[in-house]
Ligand binder design. Structure first.
Ligand SMILES: Cc1cc2nc3c(=O)[nH]c(=O)nc-3n(C[C@H](O)[C@H](O)[C@H](O)COP(=O)(O)OP(=O)(O)OC[C@H]3O[C@@H](n4cnc5c(N)ncnc54)[C@H](O)[C@@H]3O)c2cc1C
Length: 232
């Protein structure tokens, strides 16, 4: 069951729903600090949609911060370097003011001692698990990194060479009470701006230990409740 099938298809005939296919949002539109719509490109034409209520940004953990930065909302140094006028503070870097250029993503894997220790403990735990009687009975041998890689330094070298992402980016428009350290508040509204919310994996305060899809749907459900409650 995809989220489109679960949520979008049943709402397809609603008079207050209009879906624009093949539309690439290029920036959010503001009047002062109030979000009033979105600019997008479709089949080569630059178009605008105006929001009657508020603007909900749900472009995912990479593209939501990208769109905010393209709209002038983000770390001043990134925006100035990309030639975008400055407004607020945030994370994750656009390279230029071109909305079709992929943003620069610097994941900083294993940058802290805590990250390193967690990975090492994970590898050591897996080895202990594989050595239990029930599992060792059906395992012929360790393929990678291999039994010859033994010390913590050797394991760390291997982790640094082979570790990669499992595509669960979150927390790039993080939720929190302080405008200095968070992008959205507890009702998912942009700190310092009006009529603009982010509702997607970007708002997670930290990475959860499981997969991110279902928790993101939960954030969407909660976001919908907040939007409805505030509209009443
Ligand atoms: C390869 C891969 C495998 C994964 N496997 C799993 C898994 O097995 N289990 C799991 O739980 N999670 C998995 N995930 C993570 C999961 O897909 C995400 O956590 C989840 O989709 C996040 O939802 P979202 O709504 O935040 O963003 P998305 O699902 O990415 O939705 C954002 C939407 O915005 C659109 N968009 C972005 N920018 C623009 C723009 N400028 N204009 C118009 N539209 C735009 C995108 O096309 C997209 O449809 C995987 C992710 C990847 C990449």
């Amino acid at each position: 069951m995809s989220s489109a099938r679960a949520y979008l298809w049943p709402a397809g005939k609603r008079a207050n729903l209009h879906v624009e296919m093949h539309a690439h949002a290029t920036r959010l539109l503001f009047e002062g600090s109030r979000a009033v719509g979105v600019e997008y490109v479709r089949k080569g034409a630059r178009l605008r949609a105006r929001a009657a209520g508020e603007v909900i940004l749900s472009a995912g953990a990479i593209n939501s911060p990208q769109l905010l930065q393209l709209s002038g909302i983000g770390p001043a140094s990134v925006l100035r370097a990309a030639g975008v006028d400055v407004r607020l503070g945030g994370d994750l870097g656009i390279r230029s003011a071109d909305p079709f250029e992929h943003p620069r993503i610097r994941p900083n894997y294993l940058a802290t001692e805590h990250d390193v220790q967690e990975m090492l403990e994970g590898v050591e735990f897996l080895r202990r698990l594989a050595a239990t009687p029930s599992l060792s009975a059906i395992i012929e041998g360790e393929l990678a990194p291999g039994a010859e890689v033994r010390t913590r330094d050797e394991l760390l070298d291997d982790i640094r060479q082979r570790a990669s992402t499992v595509f669960h980016p979150v927390g790039t428009c993080v939720m929190g009470p302080e405008p200095g350290s968070a992008v959205v508040d507890h009702r998912l509204r942009l700190h310092g701006l009006q009529r603009l919310r982010v509702v997607d994996a970007s708002i997670f305060p930290s990475l959860i230990s499981g997969n991110t899809n279902a928790p993101t749907i939960m954030a969407g459900e909660k976001g919908a409740d907040l939007i409805l409650a505030d509209a009443r």
